[in-house]
Design a protein around this ligand. Structure first.
Ligand code: SER
Length: 885
């Protein structure tokens, strides 16, 4: 029996033998496409080729792509674990033809691979073809049906509707009719005369789609219309986990060698047994205990993969966007472990070594970052477990209420409270409710959410119009060599954000660097004979520079001079080069585990995130600064290698980033000992950075530290500011020779003075107390002490306590005190005065304090009140005595 790793290889080798180039998987986390957070299909990384904005060479390619389907148009989250063949993260085997072979070739290759190479039984193969759509004006795909009939009898070729047989990447973008390949894996003795064709696309767990071949022919525009693509593209996607299951003769993807090692580890750690059940009830309703355990184990195994691979690709869990998707998935896993496997402590991170030993060879980014991934997962688990129990108790209470009132829908406000206070993602609350037969008022939840968002800030709604094509062509970036270049507009579109509109423009040649790899985009101008247009910013989308301009030029056909603002660009370049030197120095000082985890480079500042598991000490930071400044003084010039084959770049020792998408040719940038894969703009030599100064070190996430630093004129200014502060300090101390000695002396003197003052104060307290005690008058057997003194609040307190010590019974002591025009009254009673609630200092003082326009309170035997009007202090004291008598 072939192992999963052998099957993956066999696919790529088969297509290699058919003239396809084997290419690596793109990262699962997408960084430069605003329409998509995660790779959800193998074709994502080829979107620009399919749309004709990038060269299609080589025209035949094959790979195995890490995909995640948890949001947007393709979302399988709810199915995961409940059935046996959906996953959040999965691998998609693909072969591509960009304007090379089309329907017949793709169908013939698929057939040859499945039947001749893998020896799947022809009788168990069914295919679907698109039945056509009147609305879209697309006829039935007779062509695909004709090519299939070379291999399969007519009753194995089934018409399918738009939902199943017209594949679209998202609401907009490449799309086309497709043909799906389904396998009937039911054991022969269990088929009971039911034909496989009747179970195709009927959610039967044994008759499932394994391969989808898309005939990309259209681009869906934002108004919903279809425009034909310039070339025909074959995009195929085979579910790797499903294929492995078929070939290993298992009933469930989770029973293959892809998942079993993880499930075995879950069993060993949790002391629960996996029962190999596959529930028929959906989403947790009416499950047996064993089924619940099995669902939980599958979910945890699946979610672990999704989370670990995302972190490996540089996406840490967070509160926004892609980071929140990862946090949601992780929290779901934690809750399953908590509820069904009784895990009260962090659990998922313990499974990581098993995953790494199974998949680390095929995906080295996983093994290289094992320690970081483990720490991040554990920290996330710990933090959610702190509120999970409280949240679950609250939710159970709410569901009990619903039951008592015969209701079935949880209030959205309650769901929002769980989200806001206890960190329960909405889908988790919904899941738990569903398990108990309840729904959640999502509308209400959304309303609460948007109200909160509106409170925080105005929601940014972005509307992208369609690209208006001015002329066909690809963009060439010339910004490594030029800051001015002649260009023409290829296409533009209008974008509306927060009710503000601007235009995005793609030029044929551009010196403008689009924001990427942490470096902000260039600013500048486009100048034609008639007009000048400001470029406010440059972004990067699908590897192209997108120029942001406020107003469209009057003549979009004109030719322009594109001019970059060179001051800003040079400052950014110096900062970018400094991050490379910093990266090098951090590895030297902290060790090889110190990987870059993010960066931000603007003309004024630089930020660099690095994996390290404790605070970077002051000494370490100083060492880093010394190394970086040494490299600056050495004035290494920029040794740039463009279009270097990736293998050669690795041999040069260039540092690559995990989660970054690299082609087979890369750019390598070297400054002395620092050598990195990098597409950014750099200083001509390190000397122009001037001086490097770290100004901040903090934590951003578990195991990730952030360094903020300045270079050039900015770091110089920072030093001047510090010097100014020191000079001011010196002046304040009368310009001593040695500031440290002088300041130390000053502090010592200050401490001594404080001591003297305190002893003086104590003497004063004793003196005043003595006078007060002597002034006591006895009225009806009660000692009455009253006075107004100029003392501060803590002395007043000490005085009345001293007075009380002098009398063991029947005492009323009222002291008015004034300090710096602030009046205060203190009332002290002996215990026998307050016994049985006879008198109460706290109550009395509230009334008396009105006379000094103040308030206060305290206990029955002692209370203090401050006020604003010192002129009435005597009256207030008399009033208190009066009330207490
Ligand atoms: N794009 C198609 C899919 O994702 C085929 O790869 O199913």
């Amino acid at each position: 029996m072939m192992t999963a790793n052998e099957i993956r290889d066999s696919y790529k080798k088969f297509f290699e033998s058919k003239g396809h180039v084997i290419v690596p998987s793109a990262p699962m986390v997408i960084k430069d496409d605003p329409t998509l957070m995660f790779t959800n299909a193998g074709m994502n990384q080829w979107k620009d080729i399919i749309l004709g904005t990038k060269s299609p060479e080589p025209r035949r390619r094959t790979d195995s792509q890490k995909c995640l389907r948890v949001s947007g148009k393709h979302n399988d989250l709810e199915e995961v674990g409940h059935d046996t063949y959906h996953h959040t993260m999965f691998e998609m085997l693909g072969n591509w033809s960009f304007g090379d072979y089309f329907k017949e070739g793709a169908i013939d290759y698929a057939w040859e691979y499945l039947v001749d190479v893998l020896h799947l039984s022809e009788k168990d193969i069914y295919v679907t073809v698109f039945e056509g759509s009147k609305d879209e004006n697309i006829p039935r795909d007779d062509e695909a049906a004709k090519y299939w009939s070379k291999h399969l009898p007519k009753d194995h070729i089934i018409d399918g509707n738009k939902h199943d047989n017209f594949w679209e990447m998202g609401d907009t973008g490449p799309c086309g009719p497709c043909t799906e390949i389904h396998i009937d894996s039911r054991p022969l003795d269990k088929r009971n005369g039911v034909l496989g064709r009747d179970l195709v696309n009927k959610d039967d767990p044994q008759v499932i789609e394994i391969w989808n071949i898309v005939f990309m022919q259209f681009n869906r525009k934002s108004d919903g219309s279809l425009e034909p693509l310039a070339m025909n593209v074959i995009d195929t996607g085979m579910g790797f986990e499903r294929l492995v299951r078929m070939l290993q003769g298992k009933h469930s993807n989770y029973d293959t060698d892809i998942f079993q090692p993880i499930i075995k580890r879950i069993e060993a750690l949790s002391n629960y047994k996996y029962g190999f059940t596959s529930p028929t009830g959906k989403d947790g309703e009416c499950l047996t205990d064993q089924e619940k355990i099995d669902v939980a184990m599958r979910v945890i195994a699946d979610h672990l993969r999704a989370v670990a691979f995302s972190i490996a690709d540089g996406q840490l869990p967070s509160n926004a966007k892609a980071g929140y998707v990862i946090r949601r998935i992780l929290r779901r896993g934690v809750r399953y472990a908590y509820t069904f496997l009784n895990q009260r402590e962090a659990f998922m991170y313990k499974l990581l070594p098993t995953l790494v030993s199974e998949m680390g060879a095929a995906y080295p980014e996983l093994s290289a970052q094992e320690e970081l991934i483990g720490r991040v997962i554990k920290e996330e688990e710990d933090s959610f477990l702190r509120t999970l129990e409280k949240g679950i108790t609250l939710l159970n209470g709410a569901m009990d209420e619903l039951k008592a009132h015969g209701q079935s829908c949880l209030d959205g406000k309650e769901a929002f409270r769980l989200f806001d206070t206890y960190g329960f993602p909405l889908d988790l609350t919904e899941l738990i409710c569903r398990e108990n037969g309840y729904t959640v008022d999502e509308k209400q939840f959304d309303m609460e959410m948007s109200q909160q968002k509106a409170r925080a800030r105005n929601a940014a709604v972005t509307e992208n119009g369609d690209w208006m094509i001015v002329r066909q062509g690809e963009q060439t970036f010339v910004g490594y060599d030029y800051t001015e270049y002649e260009c023409r507009i290829l296409r533009y579109r209008k974008v509306t954000q927060k009710k503000h509109s601007f235009y995005e423009v793609v030029l044929d040649n551009t010196p403008f660097y689009g924001e990427m790899g942490g470096q902000v985009g260039d600013q500048g101008v486009l100048v034609s004979e008639q007009e000048t247009v400001n470029v406010l910013d440059t972004k990067r989308e699908n590897n192209q520079s997108i120029h942001i301009i406020e107003e469209l030029p009057k003549n979009v056909e004109a030719s322009f001079m594109a001019c970059v603002d060179t001051d800003k660009r040079e400052a950014s370049a110096a900062n970018h080069t400094a991050t490379h030197l910093l990266d090098y120095a951090l590895k030297e000082v902290l060790g090889e585990h110190a990987e870059q985890k993010g960066s931000y480079v603007s003309p004024t500042t630089l930020r660099f995130d690095v994996s390290h598991f404790q605070k970077i000490t002051e000494e370490e930071l100083r060492k880093v600064e010394r190394i970086v400044n040494g490299l600056i003084r050495a004035d290494y010039s920029c040794d740039e290698h463009r279009d270097t084959p990736i293998e050669e770049a690795k041999k040069m020792g260039a540092v690559a980033l995990f989660g970054e998408k690299y082609g087979d040719k890369v750019r390598v940038v070297r400054f002395g000992p620092s050598c990195e894969f990098c597409g950014g703009i750099h200083a001509k030599s390190t000397g122009s950075i001037g001086f490097f100064k770290i100004v901040g070190e903090s934590s951003v996430a578990a195991g990730v530290r952030r360094i903020e630093a300045l270079t050039g004129a900015n770091s110089e200014e920072a030093i001047y500011t510090q010097e100014d502060t020191l000079r001011d300090l010196k002046q304040m101390l009368n310009n001593p020779k040695d500031l440290k000695v002088a300041l130390k002396k000053y502090i010592e003197e200050h401490e001594a003075m404080k001591k003297d003052m305190e002893s003086l104060r104590k003497q004063g307290v004793a003196r005043h107390a003595k006078t007060l005690i002597e002034s006591a008058k006895e009225v009806d057997g009660v000692h009455i002490v009253k006075a107004v003194l100029e003392v501060d609040s803590s002395s007043a307190k000490d005085i009345v306590f001293k007075v009380r010590e002098a009398f063991d019974s029947k005492l009323i002591c009222v002291l008015g005190s004034v300090s710096g025009n602030r009046p205060q009254i203190s009332v002290m009673l002996s215990d026998d005065m307050v016994k049985e609630g006879k008198k109460n200092a706290g109550k009395v003082i509230r009334e008396a304090a009105q006379l000094i326009k103040g308030g206060g309170g305290g206990q029955a035997h002692y209370a203090q009140a401050g006020g604003k009007d010192a002129s009435n202090i005597d009256a207030a004291v008399d009033k208190a005595v009066e009330l207490l008598k």
